[in-house]
Write a protein that binds this ligand. Structure first.
Ligand code: NDP
Length: 481
């Protein structure tokens, strides 16, 4: 079957495809580096056209009844489900993630976000604050034009997670996908238009960091939502501050997963596998520091190695494939360098290694200590560090000894300990006897360097709106002079 995924054009502005006038952006299928499409970046003028289209269209969209806005999003969610197989295939070509993942995780999660926020839109109301005669009422109003900037690991899900709450609240959005994975956001734009979204409410521009930077500093942009690395987040946050723009920063981590000796070993091993190797380890919330209580450490490692030996690595379009390639040659270099560093630092390679071609197999290091580079830095590849621990207090202290705080997990059959440890862990999301489940109903986001703001859940509404207070005077005005 052909791998041609060329879209009608590279950008989507004011309800229509438009060709980019900037540099050429070849898009590769990460499995075999075939060029599946060639796009062109947006020029600064085209970024300005997109934000102008968004600014022009936004007031009428915000003036609709929320239930009408919601209906468009819910219709788009249904269209995504109707086209599930075509979209999963496109996501696999764009990212190299196994089709068995993209069928269940990426677009399906995006559709849920559209459905959830479409349903939530009409429920958002203000407050009435009585003042004994006079009163105040509050209106939760749209911010205006929001910029969305995405990473390459979950391109379509990220576009939906940002667009759904933004649009539900009456904002317009200009979205810039990662230049590695530009195709899903264009599909979303097409689907939203077909679902009845007015032109200009969801626009897509393409390009690298410079296009993102132009978008963030555009005077029409009131809010910036970024998913990416901490280093980029710091730059984007600083640039947004100049215009006092609102921000949501969904950044990286080095999340801990703590396994106590009373845990179900099989479940804990399964969670550690999902927490490190799903999407070839390219997941921001991954539990890459696995702390295992000393008594069960040998059994844990043995079971882990056995289960990983059975993993099927191959063409992501093959339904049997469980583990796909790394997104790009640049990321491959980074992951391989990290594995080399782990070896050089004296960690023991339990399984995996640098791999061949575009693949890095699931890689586990044991005997890792807290000061090793591989235990401190986000690798963003399939590399797990296993660390032993003795006591609960020690595990919690070591788990928290990181500048990051996106996620954390604890495995134990002791109910009280599960809740105690979850409360003590410095992370935006903490799982007890589970890992990496991010339902749209639950807030998701980081503390410390891992980010600002929350995506998903009703909490996201606050990050895509602002409160207006209206004071109503019911009597005369009593002026002193
Ligand atoms: P980046 O954080 O560099 O990029 C994220 C998005 O921001 C991309 O769309 C990127 O554009 C854009 N961008 C880059 N610089 C700027 C800027 N100055 N202003 C506005 N937008 C900008 O992630 P990468 O994809 O380059 O990956 C680098 C590393 O980040 C990975 O090795 C990994 O460790 C980490 N990462 C973490 C993610 C997470 O969710 N925690 C997700 C992805 C990566 P473009 O990429 O097109 O140049």
């Amino acid at each position: 079957m052909s791998h041609d995924a060329q879209p009608d054009a590279s950008l989507y502005i004011a309800g229509r495809f438009a060709e980019g006038e900037g540099e050429a952006l070849p898009v590769h299928y990460p499995y075999d580096a075939t060029v599946i499409a060639t796009l062109r970046a947006a020029t600064p003028k085209q970024v300005a056209q997109a934000t102008a289209a968004a600014a022009a269209a936004q007031p009428a969209w915000a003036a609709l009844r929320p239930v009408e806005r919601g209906r468009v999003l819910i219709r788009a969610a249904q269209m995504i489900r109707d086209r599930a197989e075509e979209l999963a295939r496109l996501e696999t070509l764009d990212t190299g993630k196994p089709i068995q993942e993209t069928r269940v995780a990426d677009w399906p999660s995006g559709a849920e976000a559209l459905e959830y926020f479409g349903g939530l839109a009409p429920t958002v109301t203000g407050q009435a604050i009585p003042l004994g005669g006079d009163f105040v009422y509050t209106i939760r109003e749209a911010l205006g034009v929001c910029a969305g900037i995405g990473a390459w690991n979950y391109p379509s899900q990220i576009a939906c997670w940002k667009a759904a709450p933004a649009l539900a609240m009456g904002n317009a959005m200009v979205f810039k996908p990662s230049e590695e994975t530009p195709l899903g956001a264009l599909k979303l734009a097409e689907i939203l238009t077909e679902a009845g979204l007015p032109p200009g409410i969801f626009n897509v521009v393409q390009g690298g960091g410079a296009v993102g930077a132009a978008l963030v500093t555009d005077p029409r942009v009131a809010k910036v939502s970024l998913t990416g690395s901490v280093a980029t987040g710091q730059k984007v946050y600083a640039a947004a501050a100049e215009g006092m723009r609102h921000v949501t920063m969904e950044l990286g981590g080095k999340s801990p997963l703590i396994v106590f000796d009373d845990a179900s070993l099989e479940d804990a091993v399964g969670a550690a596998v999902l927490a490190n190797f799903y999407s070839s380890g390219q997941v921001c919330s991954n539990g890459t520091r696995v702390f295992v209580q000393e008594g069960i450490l040998p059994a844990f490692l043995e079971r882990l190695a056995k289960r990983l030996a059975a993993v099927r690595i191959g063409d992501p379009l093959d339904e049997a494939t469980q583990h796909g390639p790394i997104i790009s040659p640049a990321q491959l270099c980074k992951v391989r360098a990290a594995i080399e560093r782990g070896r050089a630092e004296g960690a023991r390679l339990v399984c995996g290694g640098p791999g061949e071609g575009a693949f890095v197999p699931p890689t586990v290091f044991a005997g890792v200590t807290d000061d090793m580079w591989i235990a401190r830095e986000e690798i963003f590849g399939p590399v797990m560090s296993v660390l032993g621990f003795a006591t609960e207090a020690e595990a919690v202290a070591r788990a928290n000894a990181t500048p990051y705080g996106l996620a954390a997990g604890v495995f134990t059959r002791d109910l009280a300990r599960g809740h105690r440890v979850a409360a003590a862990l410095q992370a935006g999301t903490t799982w007890i006897n589970a890992y990496n489940l991010t339902p749209v109903e639950a807030p998701f986001g980081g503390v410390k360097l891992s980010g600002v703001g929350r995506e998903n859940s009703a909490a996201a509404i606050e990050h895509y709106s602002q409160l207006k207070s209206v004071y109503v005077g019911m009597g005369g005005v009593d002026a002193p002079y």
